[in-house]
Ligand binder design. Structure first.
Ligand code: RP5
Length: 165
């Protein structure tokens, strides 16, 4: 197996989505999961979207994290053209605080699933963690790293809050 071939694709509709999607990338980097990052817009680069989605499975991608904001068609359109699991991240929009993004992504008609995460940073982080969990099913080393990460997170929660302010 080629260890350097990307196993997860992180795509976003615009450069402006990067500050959000960086949180997914950070998780993948932390777990040493080979990945690629691309701008793929459903509206501005539709041909790029079609090529990316149709080639994803043959290129060995095991999950696609797709972030978009506003009329966020990207995750659903990609999912319609690949069986690779698509994890949708609603990016917080200026006009409607990401409610538009969330509803655009989550309300897929039956038949083409998109796993939809929270709006913004939490969603991007959890999409990264979810991709790690998917891959961990067939990767014992990764499973161990994920278990350790979760144990450290639990360990880091103080039992008593610091009284601030
Ligand atoms: C969507 O439109 C992108 O995903 C982005 O969240 C939103 C705004 O894009 P820009 O106008 O900032 O490029 O396609």
């Amino acid at each position: 197996m080629d260890d350097t071939a990307p196993r997860v694709g992180v795509i976003m509709g615009s450069q402006s989505d990067w500050p959000t999607m960086a949180h997914a990338v950070q998780i993948l980097e932390q777990f040493g999961i080979a990945h690629e990052v691309r701008i793929v817009s459903a509206h501005r680069t539709p041909d790029r979207l079609v090529d990316y989605a149709k080639e994803a499975a043959d290129r060995g991608l095991q999950a696609i994290i797709a972030g978009a904001g506003g009329a966020a068609h990207l995750p659903g359109m990609v999912a319609s053209m690949t069986r690779v699991p698509v994890l949708g991240v609603p990016v917080q929009s200026a006009a409607l605080s990401g409610m538009d993004s969330l509803l655009s992504i989550v309300q897929m008609p039956g038949g083409i699933p998109v796993a939809t995460f929270a709006i913004g940073k939490a969603g991007a982080t959890n999409a990264g963690l979810f991709a790690a969990a998917l891959l961990a099913n067939a990767d014992p080393d990764l499973a161990q790293r994920l278990d350790a990460w979760r144990a450290a997170q639990t360990e880091g929660v103080a039992p008593i809050p610091v009284r601030e302010g």
